[in-house]
Design a protein around this ligand. Structure first.
Ligand code: ADP
Length: 455
């Protein structure tokens, strides 16, 4: 086991990693930008270094500064959390050449799976279903039109290097595809430094189902069952549930087995996620892999009892997974709501500022992962997530009731949040029934304007 690691991240996930390390007896070196100076969670780290100005490129994305902090802090490994450098192969390469372990997958697996087009090709090769689309990357508008005519409109132009719900454009006909194609390439180049795009059929009304993977350095690959992340805004997740409602045991097993095969084939090690879409007819399609810990990992921890962050660290330091697949028995149901400082009434516009009151729920089966508190100032430079409300109960019905109760207790003032919207969603018949698709939240918002988001 490591003696000391550096956490190349901030906020909620930095705190989550510090907690895991403290329980493992591993010392932590935190880093912070000038915007996060004095943040309360930094006190829980053994050491903390300022790595630069607020802009991510000058601090949390700045590889030389992070490596300098790692050298000064004399760490053996770096945990990247999610976002920032977590899926950056160049960073992994630099860590390797500096003889610092990267707590994540090997460079080759990250490079392969991080390119959505290559990941798709790999899935095809081993017979995992993918959304109908282009066989590979598309160079010209003509190629795109040809594929669109084969698979039928509407189609989705996707950036091979895309992520975080960005780099996708829907086209409903020839004209739209012609208009969007070059723009999509240019946008991908500007946003991700890589203009490669490919085409997928745009599925109407899919559900997003993903599978948690854990793989060690000794060839053991396990799945920790699925999460349903269908409640999204702008293709970004807001509410996650496990088990996924309304899927047959057969479908669950098929998706989980395919996720394991993908991880094996890619030579994957560490925690990772294989993402799928499921259509109205119960067909499933692999869409992409996330080669890191995910925001929504706690719901899997709740039902399996496996601490995923601790296992990331254990795996990187060479430990073996102690279970066989048959020994993973999910218990009960878990739900997570992402508490964001943003205004659902204004198209989820980020709303940084000072939190005045911050009263968090508790009680049996309630977990609140957050670095925020009364008086905390949400900086405008980063993600707007200020916490994750997680519940775990013996059944889905009880989990829904527990979340409703916990949301009613959660009281945040000073900045608009997504809390009031969730209170309504957890009272909405369609959501409670569970038969929803990725367009659910947009429809819900259109039907009723959410009242004042503060509360
Ligand atoms: P990102 O890497 O940006 O998260 P993903 O490929 O994981 O992108 O897709 C994010 C979301 O976009 C999915 O959960 C789904 O809502 C939507 N999406 C992606 N591909 C398709 C598709 N072919 N048809 C319909 N919706 C899609």
């Amino acid at each position: 086991m490591y003696k000391r690691i550096l956490i190349a991240n901030r906020g909620e996930i930095a705190l989550r990693i510090i907690r895991a390390c403290r329980e493992l007896g591993v010392e932590t070196v935190a880093v912070y930008s000038e915007a996060d100076r004095g943040a309360a969670y930094l006190r829980l780290a053994d050491e903390a270094y300022c790595i630069g100005p607020p802009a991510p490129k000058d601090s949390y994305l700045n590889i030389p500064r992070i490596i300098a902090a790692a050298e000064v802090g004399n760490v053996q490994a770096i945990h990247p959390g999610y976002g920032f450098l977590a899926e950056n192969p160049h960073f992994v390469d630099v860590c390797q050449s500096c003889k610092i372990d990267f707590i994540g997958p090997p460079l080759e697996a990250m490079t392969l799976l991080g390119d959505k087009n290559q990941a798709r090709q790999l899935a095809r090769r081993i017979g995992v279903p993918v959304v109908p689309g282009s066989p590979g990357l598309l160079r010209t508008e003509e190629e795109a039109l040809e594929v669109a005519h084969q698979i039928g409109f509407p189609v989705l132009i996707k950036a091979a290097a895309g992520g975080g719900g960005r780099g996708m454009r829907v086209a409903a006909n020839d004209l739209a595809l012609k208009n969007e194609f070059q723009q999509a390439q240019a946008e991908a180049k500007a946003a991700f430094g890589d203009g490669s795009v490919y085409l997928e059929k745009y599925l109407e009304g899919p559900r997003h189902i993903e599978v948690q993977i854990l793989a060690d350095q000794h060839g053991n690959v396990l799945h920790l069952y699925e999460r349903d992340c269908t409640v999204q805004r702008r293709h970004q997740k807001l509410i996650e549930l496990t088990p996924a409602p309304h899927i047959s045991e057969e479908l669950r097993q098929a998706i989980c087995q395919d996720a394991v095969r993908l991880a094996q084939e890619a030579g994957y090690i560490n925690a990772g996620t294989m993402e799928f879409l499921v259509d109205r007819h119960g067909n499933y399609y692999f869409i992409e892999a996330n080669t890191r810990i995910q925001v929504e990992h706690p719901i899997t921890e709740m039902i399996t009892g496996v601490d995923l962050v601790k296992w990331q660290i254990r795996i990187a330091s060479g430990e073996r997974l102690p279970w066989r697949q048959e020994q993973i028995h999910p218990q009960g149901a878990s739900i997570e709501c992402r508490i964001n400082a943003e205004n659902p009434q204004r198209n989820f516009q980020p709303s940084p500022g000072k939190i005045e009151e911050f009263i968090v729920p508790g009680g049996l089966g309630v977990r609140f992962d957050s670095h925020a508190h009364a008086g905390y100032v949400v900086p405008p430079f980063y993600d707007s997530m200020i916490g994750k409300l997680i519940v775990h109960q013996p059944s889905r019905e009880e989990a829904l009731a527990c979340m409703r109760r916990a949301l009613d207790e959660l009281h945040i003032t000073g900045v608009p949040t997504t809390v009031e919207l969730y209170r309504q969603v957890f009272r909405d018949g369609e959501f409670l029934h569970g038969k929803i698709d990725t367009s659910y939240l947009d429809r819900f918002l259109q039907q009723r304007q959410a009242p004042a988001a503060v509360g």
